[in-house]
Design a protein around this ligand. Structure first.
Ligand code: UFG
Length: 322
C-alpha cells in the first residue's frame, strides 16, 4: 500500500515509517521539521518538508491510498500555557488535512490520539467508552480530532481509527543498524530523562510526587514499546473500514510506578539514577492503565515487549546517539 505518514520525522512517526517500509509498503513522509529531524526519516521514504495544512495542491500527485497522521504538538505542559498553538496546529491543521483527503478521494486514516483525552479517569483499566475529560489543551485537541473523525466517517464515508496511546517508550534498531528513538529538544518524558541522569550527562531527575495514593507513593503508568505501537498502526491500516470511526487504546493493561521504572533503569544501566524528590507535577493523574481488550479483538494486537526491553532499547539508542 502507498501510505502518507505525517510527522514521519518525529519519534513515533519515524518508527512506524521504518516498520511500513520493512513490510513492503511505500511511504510518503510529510513533516514541517518544527520538532522532527530530517535525518530521522527512514531511507526509502519519499520526504516532503511541508505543513499538513498545505497538502491540497500536491496530494493528488502522490497516489496515496491511506494516511497515518502523527504531525502535532505534543507537550502537555506547553499546551496549558499556549493552548492557541495546540488548537491551531493539532485541530485546525488536522481539519485542513481531512478536507484535502476528501478532495482527493483518500478514505482511510489512522490517527495518533492519546490517553490524555480521558483526563483523570476513575475507571482503571480505562476502556474506550470511559468518559473523556481532558485536563490539558493537548488532550482537548486530540479529543476534538477524534470527534471530527467520527463526524467525517458518518457524513463522508471516511474509514478512521483513533489509536489512544498510553506511555510510549523504547527505540527501534533496524536490520541495517539504523536507530529510531526519542530525540525531543525539550524532553519531558520519564525514561529518556532517567537515562540521561543515570549516564551523568543530565541533571538529577526530578521525581514529581511521592505522596500519591499508590503502593509506593509515585504515579503508576502503562508503558508500551514503540515497536509494539508501530505494529498496531500497520494492523489498523488493514482494519479501517469506510464510514466507520473506531477508537482503540494501546497499552499493556498493567502499570509500573515511577520508582519501579527507576529500578529498571538502574538494572539496565548499572548506575543509580540521581533523584531530586519534587512536588507533584500539575495535571499528573495518580494512575493511568489501559484496557487493551478492544485492541486484541479489533486489531488482533497484543503487546510483546516488556518495560525492561523498553529501557534496554532506549539505553542502546541513548548510547548510539550521544
Ligand atoms: N516523571 C518524573 N520526572 C520526570 C518526568 C516524569 O517524576 O522528569 C513522572 C511523571 O510525573 C509521571 C511519570 O513520570 O508520573 C510519567 O511521566 P511522562 O512525562 O513520561 O509521561 P506522562 O504520563 O505525563 O505522559 C504520557 C504521554 C503524554 C500523554 C499522557 C496522557 O507522554 O503524551 O501520557 O496522560 F498526554
Amino acid at each position: 500500500m502507498r501510505v502518507l505518514v505525517t510527522g514521519g520525522a518525529g519519534y513515533i512517526g519515524s518508527v512506524v515509517t521504518a516498520q511500513l517500509l520493512s513490510e513492503g509498503h511505500q511511504v510518503v513522509v510529510v513533516d514541517d521539521l518544527s520538532t522532527g529531524h530530517a535525518d530521522a526519516v527512514p531511507p526509502g521514504a519519499e520526504f516532503h518538508q511541508l505543513d499538513v495544512a498545505a497538502l491540497d495542491p500536491v496530494l493528488g500527485d502522490w497516489g496515496v491510498e491511506a494516511v497515518i497522521h502523527f504531525a502535532a504538538k505534543s507537550l502537555v505542559g506547553e499546551s496549558v500555557a499556549e493552548p492557541a498553538r495546540y488548537w491551531r496546529t493539532n485541530v485546525v491543521g488536522t481539519v485542513a488535512l481531512l478536507d484535502s483527503l476528501r478532495a482527493h478521494g483518500i478514505d482511510r486514516i489512522v490517527f495518533s490520539s492519546s490517553a490524555a483525552t480521558y483526563g483523570q479517569s476513575k475507571e482503571q483499566p480505562i476502556r474506550e467508552d470511559a468518559p473523556t475529560a481532558p485536563t490539558s489543551a493537548y488532550g482537548s485537541s486530540k479529543l476534538a480530532v477524534d470527534l471530527a473523525l467520527a463526524d467525517y466517517a458518518r457524513a463522508y464515508g471516511l474509514g478512521a481509527i483513533s489509536l489512544r496511546y498510553f506511555n510510549v517508550a523504547g527505540a527501534l534498531r533496524t536490520s541495517e543498524g539504523r536507530y529510531y528513538g526519542e530525540r525531543h529538544t525539550t524532553e519531558t518524558h520519564l525514561i529518556p530523562n532517567a537515562l540521561r541522569a543515570a549516564s551523568g550527562t543530565g541533571e538529577a531527575l526530578p521525581l514529581f510526587g511521592t505522596d500519591y495514593p499508590t503502593p509506593d507513593g509515585t504515579c503508576v503508568r502503562d508503558y508500551i514499546h514503540v515497536v509494539d505501537l508501530a505494529h498496531a498502526h500497520v494492523q489498523s491500516l488493514g482494519v479501517a473500514a469506510p464510514g466507520i470511526h473506531q477508537i482503540v487504546n494501546l497499552g499493556s493493561g498493567s502499570g509500573n510506578s515511577v520508582r519501579e521504572v527507576l529500578r529498571t533503569v538502574r538494572a539496565v544501566t548499572g548506575s543509580d539514577v540521581p533523584v531530586a524528590e519534587a512536588p507533584r507535577r500539575p495535571g499528573d493523574p495518580p494512575v493511568l492503565i489501559a484496557s487493551n481488550d478492544r485492541a486484541a479483538d479489533l486489531l488482533g494486537w497484543r503487546p510483546t515487549l516488556s518495560l525492561r526491553a523498553m529501557v534496554e532499547d532506549a539505553w542502546e539508542f541513548h548510547n548510539a546517539t550521544n
